[in-house]
Design a protein around this ligand. Structure first.
Ligand SMILES: *[C@@H]1O[C@H](CO)[C@@H](O)[C@H](O)[C@H]1NC(C)=O
Length: 460
């Protein structure tokens, strides 16, 4: 009953009709994994059948512009994982990764520490151009994005992928880029399915802009199944050592109640008025858990913007200096453990209606750009080697762009081969050979039966 009432609140707010909810079933836990994989179902994340809350920290020593992947440098990651353990975080977010590097060792160290990773698939070189998105949505760009998926999907502790970070900002013209961000989200989800990979959740990390917050959120969860995100996240700096009401978080719970997919804060941690991190108490409380699944404190390393909680003397340094906020964060996390039970989540997931165009939201079509013709082959053949953090980047590739709008539903992966008779495999020796080319219905069924059998066996 509550959810029906709340959906109508939402409907009034944005003037939309109620959507038919789709029941979702949590995937069985993967007991073979070095760490149980996290799945998304209803409006929540799950570790097996246990509700999972992100209790994390944003991690990019040197900042994004340094273009250095901390998970590709064992000295760096080991140094910082020791600190993550002291903090008691269960998740980190990394903004810039090198898809041509090896991540085995750092990902294993993280898994051993019980830490999941959320990966931004973009980086400053391979990303969308917010004010001129059409040319930047191209084959070269998608190749890099997909190569990042290939690199990280194999780790059980990869929690999610971001399809973009703050592409849309306070410049109203940037709202036109939303169609492209959403197309990328569709393509990433479709790539994961086409390649027969584990269903790692994909969603967008939004800037917290009052004028477009709700439109953007609704936009990312409207339309056909293939066009919807698995979750939505935003960066929020409105809790400045205040409380649930003063920060406006009460409104952010109200407005997102009945939203229909999982939601979390991809950045939080206002620095005005000092920092006691009392917002963690709110995030882990009943006031929020029915809508939110935790968040990531911004950020680990102290950079020019002053948000970090450790000082790193130089990039190769083997030790760091903890700032006074370090122990405050550790304390707040310890004092506010993840709640037991299901947190009042909603077991169904529902799409909402797309927002309409107005002076703050310039998107005038619900149609998304079609995947660039040249990128379709990746679905079947894989992306191949990633470009890493080198080269000219993709924004000005000047070719391989989209040539029209997609038919809604075109990103759906049915398991029927899109073309050709297959064979040959992707040749990367990862055991995924032919998966993209076979009818997946029996494959999925066999996998499920096998997984259930395995769980059954292990439980005994
Ligand atoms: C909540 O939604 C209303 C109506 O769309 C909007 O005016 C308000 O700014 C929103 N508040 C927050 C905190 O998102």
């Amino acid at each position: 009953m509550r959810s029906a009432a709340l959906v109508s609140v939402l409907a009034t707010v944005v003037g939309l009709g109620t959507a038919k909810p789709t029941a979702t079933v949590p995937e069985p836990p993967s007991k073979r994994a070095s760490m149980p994989t996290v799945t998304v179902s209803g409006n929540a994340f799950w570790q097996g059948d246990k509700r999972f809350y992100i209790r994390g920290i944003d991690y990019q020593p040197g900042g994004s512009s340094a273009m250095a992947d901390p998970l590709a440098d064992t000295t760096v990651c080991k140094r910082d994982i020791a600190e993550f353990k002291k903090l008691g975080v269960n998740t980190i977010r990394v903004y810039t990764v090198d898809n041509s590097a090896n991540h085995d060792e750092c990902m294993k160290e993280l898994a051993d520490a019980g830490i999941y990773v959320v990966i931004d698939a973009n980086n400053p070189l391979y990303s969308l151009n917010r004010l001129d998105p059409a040319p930047s949505y191209n084959t070269k760009y998608l190749q890099s994005i997909f190569a990042t998926i290939d690199e990280f999907v194999k780790y059980d502790n990869t929690l999610a992928f971001f399809s973009g970070n703050e592409v849309i900002n306070e410049n109203v013209k940037s709202t036109r880029a939303a169609r492209y961000v959403k197309a990328v989200t569709r393509d990433m989800r479709s790539y994961i399915k086409s390649r027969g990979y584990r269903a790692v959740p994909v969603g967008y990390s939004a800037a917290d802009v009052a004028q477009n917050r709700m439109q953007l959120a609704h936009y990312m969860n409207c339309g056909t199944e293939d066009e919807r995100s698995d979750f939505f996240a935003f960066n929020d700096y409105s809790w400045c050592n205040s409380n649930f009401k003063e920060s406006g978080w009460d409104q952010k719970v109200k407005n997102f109640t009945g939203y229909g997919i999982a939601i979390f804060l991809s950045e939080y941690g206002c620095t005005t008025n000092g920092r006691d991190f009392d917002e963690i108490a709110a995030l882990m409380s009943e006031e929020m858990t029915s809508v939110y699944s935790g968040g990531l404190m911004y950020e680990y390393s102290l950079e020019d913007n002053g948000f970090g909680i450790v000082k790193i003397p130089d990039s190769k340094s083997s030790t760091v200096k903890e700032e006074k906020e370090f122990s405050k964060l550790a304390k707040a996390l310890k004092k506010n453990p993840a709640p037991e039970g299901d947190g009042g989540f909603t077991s169904t997931t529902a799409s909402v209606a797309c927002p309409t165009k107005d002076s703050n939201w310039l998107v005038d079509s619900t149609l998304l750009p079609a995947i660039p013709e040249g990128a379709k082959k990746f679905m079947k053949d894989g992306a191949g080697s990633g470009p890493g953090l080198k080269g000219d980047g993709s924004q000005n590739a000047g070719e391989g762009t989209s040539t029209g709008d997609a038919t809604p539903g075109s990103g759906k992966v049915t398991g029927v081969p899109s073309s050709g008779s297959g064979g040959g495999g992707d040749g990367d020796g990862d055991g995924e050979e032919n998966v993209g080319n076979v009818d997946k219905a029996p494959f999925v069924l066999t996998g499920l039966v096998a997984a259930l059998t395995l769980v059954g066996t292990l439980v005994l």
